[in-house]
Design a protein around this ligand. Structure first.
Ligand code: ADP
Ligand code: ADP
Ligand code: ZN
Length: 214
């Protein structure tokens, strides 16, 4: 099963993608997580990506596409995967189509997690991410058991630099300009599914399971 998560920054793509990955036993692949791991490890790619990420812009396709293609050609992806944060532009989606077509494959589901912009800024201000394992929480909606500490690994939770309100506004604009056209792209392919992302996390997941099958 090859699944793509669509939706604005903060819509809950990562939260749902992790639950999908666990239930259907497929890898969760987040380009944002891959870039953040590179930044943490001080790689060349990380240095290049950081300037764009901090500015609320997309990392250029030239740095993103090969990275993703490499990742989905790994053995653990043979039975499918859930992509979170890729594709984010029409050229990225076209590259993915081409790569899959050459193997007689295609995306099975593009799940659009719909949340209005007015909810997004509030959500992002409350997002906290684990510095070690990447788990995400929300200080009001999905709090950790102990404030500021990751339930899964005990590390510190932080507010991401790019989740500050002024950067979130920029990312939302980038989303509307460059990523939202993917909704029509996948609708035309007949694989688009919409879910109401304003519901609580469990209700959103139940709707997704109805789409994917138990
Ligand atoms: P969010 O989950 O809040 O939408 P991500 O973790 O997916 O954020 O991405 C963080 C940042 O990483 C993006 O704002 C962008 O700069 C960069 N990024 C991640 N995926 C891509 C991609 N497919 N193409 C270009 N830039 C990307
Ligand atoms: P994305 O990957 O789309 O950027 P995340 O999954 O990181 O979004 O979620 C953004 C923030 O909203 C996080 O703080 C997360 O804990 C919280 N969140 C996720 N799903 C919900 C939900 N259904 N209701 C309320 N908050 C949510
Ligand atoms: Zn952790």
């Amino acid at each position: 099963m090859k699944i793509i998560m669509l939706g604005a920054p903060g819509a809950g793509k990562g939260t749902q993608a992790k639950m999908i990955a666990a239930k259907y036993n497929i890898p969760h692949i987040s380009t944002g997580d891959i870039f953040r791991a590179n930044i943490k490890n001080g790689t060349e790619l990380g240095k290049k990506a950081k300037t764009y990420m901090d500015a609320g812009q997309l990392v250029p396709d030239s740095l993103t596409v090969d990275l993703l293609m490499d990742r989905i050609s790994k053995e653990d992806c043979a039975g499918g995967y859930v992509l979170d944060g890729f594709p984010r532009t029409i050229p990225q989606a076209e590259c993915l189509e081409e790569a899959l077509k050459s193997r007689n494959e295609a995306v099975d589901y593009a799940i659009n997690v719909e949340v209005p912009d007015s909810n997004i800024v509030k959500r992002m201000g409350g997002r906290r991410a684990c510095v070690t394992c990447g788990a995400t929480y929300h200080i009001v909606h999905i709090p950790p058991k102990t404030e500021g500490i990751c339930d899964k690994c005990g590390s510190e939770l932080i507010l991401r630099d790019d989740d500050k309100p002024e950067t979130v506004e920029k990312r939302l604009k980038v989303y509307h300009d460059q990523t939202k056209p993917l909704i029509d792209f996948y609708s035309e392919k007949g694989v688009l599914k919409e879910v109401d992302g304003t519901q609580d996390m469990k209700a959103v997941f139940e709707d997704i399971v109805k789409i994917l099958g138990a």
